[in-house]
Design a protein around this ligand. Structure first.
Ligand SMILES: NC(=O)c1ccc[n+]([C@@H]2O[C@H](COP(=O)([O-])OP(=O)(O)OC[C@H]3O[C@@H](n4cnc5c(N)ncnc54)[C@H](O)[C@@H]3O)[C@@H](O)[C@H]2O)c1
Length: 263
């Protein structure tokens, strides 16, 4: 198992893509910490994963510095180390640009971008100390999106936050490369989770998504977990500062290429 005895924190892992990553990491041998604001779902997810391996839920709002400090302290207390951080927690607030509230803009940026920074800095401080004491360098994986480069007019703060995550990934990768710590991002396309559910239940919106997805289907959370497992493993030992897009072919799609009706 590629992650045997590694300690991994996954934020926003009470459900969706984060939970799929936590499950995959547990299957691959890691001890996993589920960090989320949803206590009930987070506790239930951890209980579920304890059938596979060691798993713990820790309440954490990634946008709150003190919560993040507590997440690191409690993880070290429970498992004595942190090898992998997955900054997956994310929210989206849809609004027409002209009506977008300042508070909603701030809220999305605070969770998606500032939360990624706060968790990365707090965990990187531990990882650098460990390297300086002769330990193995860890790795950080950020959850970006195809919306780092493709825009949705009704999702301005989300698109801005994910573009920011892509650049945060590159800058953090350069800052931590001298310590051997790798930092990468995943850019999912349309993945079947609660975040996508409202779009997916609208047939016209679903048809629009599929008409721009050459593979002709939405992705499963486990397909993003597979990418995370690769980036977290030694197989990615020379990969840093990258965003790996898993999008069924959406980003390469040009307007001259017809996508057949699917599903
Ligand atoms: N689903 C998709 O199609 C898709 C596509 C591209 C990128 N992503 C990204 O993948 C990540 C996960 O998305 P998902 O679809 O699984 O979403 P989801 O809404 O199903 O789950 C998100 C989880 O994050 C938690 N969360 C929200 N705010 C938090 C906070 N402040 N602190 C800690 N936890 C918090 C929620 O409680 C929830 O458990 C997000 O960053 C999202 O932007 C999703």
């Amino acid at each position: 198992m590629s992650l045997t005895n590694k300690v991994a924190i996954i934020t926003g892992a009470a459900r969706g893509i984060g939970l799929a990553i936590a499950r995959r990491f547990a299957i691959d041998g890691a001890k996993v910490v589920i960090a989320d604001v949803d206590d009930d779902a987070g506790e239930a997810a951890a209980e579920d994963l304890r059938a596979i391996g060691e798993a713990l839920f820790i309440h954490c709002n990634v946008a709150e510095r003190l919560d993040v400090r507590n997440l690191v302290a409690e993880t070290l207390n429970a498992f004595g180390d942190i090898d992998i951080l997955v900054n997956n927690a994310g929210i989206a607030v849809g609004a027409d640009f002209l009506d977008l509230e300042e508070a909603d803009f701030d809220r999305v940026l605070q969770v998606n971008l500032k939360g990624t920074f706060l968790c990365s800095q707090a965990v990187a401080r531990h990882m650098v100390e460990k390297v300086e004491a002769g330990g193995e360098p860890g790795t950080i994986i950020n959850m970006s999106s195809i919306n780092a480069v493709l825009a949705i007019p009704g999702q301005v703060p989300y698109c801005v936050s994910k573009g920011g995550v892509a650049q945060l990934t590159k800058a953090t990768a350069l800052a931590l490369a001298p310590h051997g710590i790798r930092v990468n991002a995943i850019g999912p396309g349309s993945i079947m989770t609660e975040m996508l559910a409202s779009v997916n239940s609208d047939p016209a919106a679903r048809a629009r998504i599929l008409s721009r997805t050459p593979m002709g289907r939405v992705g499963e959370p486990s397909e993003i977990a597979g990418v995370a497992a690769f980036l977290a493993s030694g197989d990615a030992s020379y990969v840093t500062g990258q965003t790996l897009y898993a999008d069924g072919g959406r980003l390469p799609l040009n307007y001259t290429v017809a996508v057949p009706d699917a599903e």
